[in-house]
Design a protein around this ligand. Structure first.
Ligand SMILES: [Zn+2]
Ligand SMILES: [Zn+2]
Length: 257
């Protein structure tokens, strides 16, 4: 991939390999821009609640400093960007942005892995059933997050998706496409979902996105170094998107500065 903005590190506790291994693999793959976007630390969770799939606030300085040093070291070979993948939890949104504010980071991507405030709704979005109630909550939370204007793109928009033939669900998800266009935000084709044969990306969502001529971006969602060099999955992504009628594909995102 020439550009990839969706990369994790071991701080999220479900990834492996060092940042250096990710970078070396990306260089071999001919990547020009490698953006790290590990799961953001959330500020303000209740005392005693531990979110098991993200770095803690205490790990934040090391994340940024490690990447800053590597960015400098590798600057002749590859551009390293520093970002975060973040849910939109209205209750912790401002506080989390304040936690990040002292750090020099390049972008945020929106990835809604849980609903409500997380600790009060532990069901994972990636496996929950797309009931009308769940789908409505998901779309409302994601659309509200998109409208804050702080996110550069929406990761795995169809992690929860309407079923084939569910017209109401389709109309709901349409709001994500409309908002993406309003906010000039690309929607991600998630290569991890494709590689791992998860239930997303879905053709039905990307056909809908194509109808709205939404801008689509490929995201590796690497949780180890190897997927950063995977031309086969990338090729399949382009074929999938072509089948869905997607013509508007981008590799550029808005950076904070
Ligand atoms: Zn992850
Ligand atoms: Zn994600």
């Amino acid at each position: 991939m020439l550009y990839n903005y969706h990369t994790h590190t071991t701080r999220c506790r479900h990834a492996k390999d060092s940042e250096r291994q990710y970078i070396e693999t990306a260089i071999k793959a001919g990547t020009k821009v490698l953006g790290f976007s590990d799961h953001v630390p959330v500020a303000g969770f209740p005392e005693g609640y531990y979110s098991g799939f993200r770095m803690t606030p205490e790990e934040l300085p090391d994340y940024v400093e490690t990447l800053k040093a590597l960015k400098k070291e590798y600057k002749q070979q590859i551009e390293i960007l520093i970002g975060f993948e973040m849910e939109y939890y209205p209750a912790y949104f401002e506080e989390t942005l304040q936690l990040l504010a002292p750090y020099d980071y390049d972008y945020l991507i929106l990835g809604q892995h849980r609903l409500h405030r997380e600790w009060d709704d532990l069901e994972q979005v990636c496996t929950m059933a797309p009931t009308p109630l769940r789908l409505t909550q998901y779309v409302e939370q994601v659309v509200e997050g998109m409208k804050t204007g702080v996110f550069s793109y929406l990761a795995h928009p169809d992690m929860l998706c309407f079923e084939e033939g569910d017209e109401d669900g389709r109309r709901l998800m349409e709001k994500i496409c409309i908002t993406a266009n309003e906010m000039n935000m690309p929607l991600e084709y998630n290569l991890l979902g494709a590689r791992a044969k998860r239930r997303y990306p879905t053709e039905r969502f990307f056909r809908l996105a194509a109808e709205h001529n939404c801008s689509i971006i490929l995201g590796c969602d690497a949780h180890s170094a190897k997927p950063l060099f995977d031309p086969k999955t990338e090729q399949e992504a382009y074929e999938f998107l072509a089948r869905c009628g997607v013509t508007n594909i981008t590799d550029q995102i808005r950076l904070r500065k």
